[in-house]
Structure formats: structure tokens, C-alpha cells
Design a binder for this molecule. Structure first.
Ligand SMILES: [Zn+2]
Length: 167
């Protein structure tokens, strides 16, 4: 089964409570810059298709198995101590069972796949998009937070193409 991996802390609460039912992934692959200074890239096909079952994971490549619901950081096992801990200030080791989650979150079924071109101020998509609904569905508080996160990750000053997956 394919994996859909997440690591952005802002969307963690919505991922945990199940209200996140959408993700936006880049629709290109970069190969660096050519000797003449132009960017070498190709557009990519969707990685998941409608009807496909996908395993949702948090920080897949991390060596840790459990993470903190409060900060998204790893739960670290203390040597010689049965209590595990997270370094964030809000974590209470006595509440470990309610404060931790397994990185292997759940299995979802892809319900829709479409392309969107996203810049720093707008989204042009193959579906009718209400900015607030689109952002909430992705786990963000509002449209500005979604746009800023994508700009920080991918530099969308020049709008870029993304695949939007829904479940
Ligand atoms: Zn924590």
C-alpha cells in the first residue's frame, strides 16, 4: 500500500481529529539547474488515483514510532525509566497514553484528484474552490495560512502546479 506522509505541524490537529480530508502535493520534479542557468524540471502524474487505499503517516522516515499530539515531536524513551517523554513544555508524562499517537495513523480511500495552480495570493483549480472551505479541508485555519505554508515550502511567487488529493 502506498503511503501519504505528513510533517507540517499546523495541520496536525486536523489530521488527528479526522477533519483533514485533503492534501496538496507538488506536481513537478526538480533536477536542479542546467549549465546555462535554466531550471531542469518535469511535470509529474498524480501519485494516487481515485478509489485507491492509502496509509496516512506522520513523519514516516523518523526512527520514532510514537509522536506527541501537542507538538508533533517524537516521544523519546528514557533509558532505565518506564516513562517516555516529549521535550515540549505542554507534555505531561502522566498523560502519555492520551498525549501520544502512532505514526501509522489510518488508511483512507482517495475520493478525488485534481490539479490546482497556486500562487502567493490565489488558487486556480479544476474544481470550484471556496478559499475558506478549501483551507479548512486541508487542515489550515484560513486561506492566508495555507498560501503562506505552500510559499514557504515551494516558493510560489511564480505560481506552481499541484495535485490536490481528497478522501
Ligand atoms: Zn510535545
Amino acid at each position: 500500500m502506498k503511503i501519504l506522509n505528513f510533517s507540517v505541524k499546523d495541520i496536525l490537529p486536523a489530521l488527528l481529529d479526522g477533519t483533514k480530508t485533503q492534501t496538496i502535493r507538488k506536481a513537478w520534479k526538480d533536477y536542479g539547474v542546467s549549465s546555462t542557468g535554466s531550471r531542469i524540471m518535469t511535470y509529474t502524474e498524480p501519485k494516487y488515483e481515485v478509489g485507491e487505499k492509502v496509509q496516512i503517516m506522520w513523519k514516516q522516515r523518523s526512527p520514532y514510532k510514537y509522536f506527541c499530539k501537542l507538538c508533533g515531536g517524537p516521544i523519546i524513551a528514557d533509558t532505565g525509566n518506564s516513562l517516555n517523554h516529549c521535550d515540549c513544555s505542554s507534555f505531561n508524562p502522566l498523560d502519555i497514553n492520551s498525549n501520544r499517537f502512532s505514526k501509522k495513523l489510518r488508511i483512507i480511500t482517495i475520493a478525488d484528484v485534481f490539479k490546482a495552480v497556486i500562487g502567493v495570493k490565489s488558487v486556480k483549480a479544476e474544481r470550484t474552490i471556496d478559499p475558506m472551505t478549501f483551507s479548512k479541508r486541508d487542515g489550515f485555519q484560513n486561506f492566508e495560512q495555507l498560501l503562506k505554508t505552500l510559499d514557504d515550502m515551494y516558493n510560489t511567487a511564480v505560481p506552481k502546479s499541484f495535485w490536490v488529493y481528497r478522501w
